[in-house]
Ligand binder design. Structure first.
Ligand code: FES
Ligand code: FES
Length: 174
């Protein structure tokens, strides 16, 4: 479904039409060419699950997927995502609206406290598992190192990711 959404344009920037495919829906936005994907998602599409932490590529809170690969949406222009498949935390539930197993695992393992970093952590972890890079705690820690958590919930997050990665691995070997 295509939705035409009129966005506020900056008076100083050049306006451009951008088509974003987000969570299996298509949106056409008129945006200042300098608008980041993060701001387009949050401010123009109302998808506020993706968080703005540092806004300069240092914390991972803004992690989303483009064509299945994790990217920092604060360092990505909306125009760079033109016609690509963007997935945010709002798009990972199943068709019945049930939580993704990784979301359930984070809850069961207390992998969050304030929850601000959690959407970015989960989007990174999902990509990690799909890339086959979650085969040990050390590997999980290394490949999750771009996602910071001020609450320090790291050990519980590793436990949650390990559990889901193991389940995926077991399923693949059935
Ligand atoms: Fe993008 Fe911190 S908000 S890396
Ligand atoms: Fe609070 Fe990670 S749970 S910043």
């Amino acid at each position: 479904m295509v939705e035409a959404v009129r966005a506020h344009a900056s008076q100083a920037g050049t306006e451009t039409l951008v088509t974003l495919n987000v969570n299996d829906r298509s949106y056409t936005l008129r945006l200042d060419s300098r608008v980041t994907l993060l701001d387009a998602l949050r401010d123009h599409l109302g998808l506020t699950g993706t968080k703005k932490g540092c806004d300069q590529g240092a914390c991972g809170a803004c992690t989303v997927h483009i064509n299945g690969k994790r990217v920092l949406s604060c360092l990505t222009l909306a125009a760079q995502a033109e016609s690509l498949e963007v997935t945010t935390i709002e798009g990972i539930h199943d068709v019945d609206g049930q939580r993704h197993p990784l979301q359930s695992a984070f809850m069961e393992h207390d992998g969050l406290q304030c929850g601000f970093c959690t959407p970015g952590q989960i989007m990174s972890a999902l990509a990690l598992i799909e890339e086959g890079r979650a085969t040990s705690d050390d590997q999980i820690r290394e490949f999750m190192s771009g996602n910071l958590c001020r609450c320090g919930a790291y050990p519980n997050m590793v436990a949650a990711i390990r559990e889901v990665a193991q389940a995926v691995h077991d399923d693949e070997n059935l």
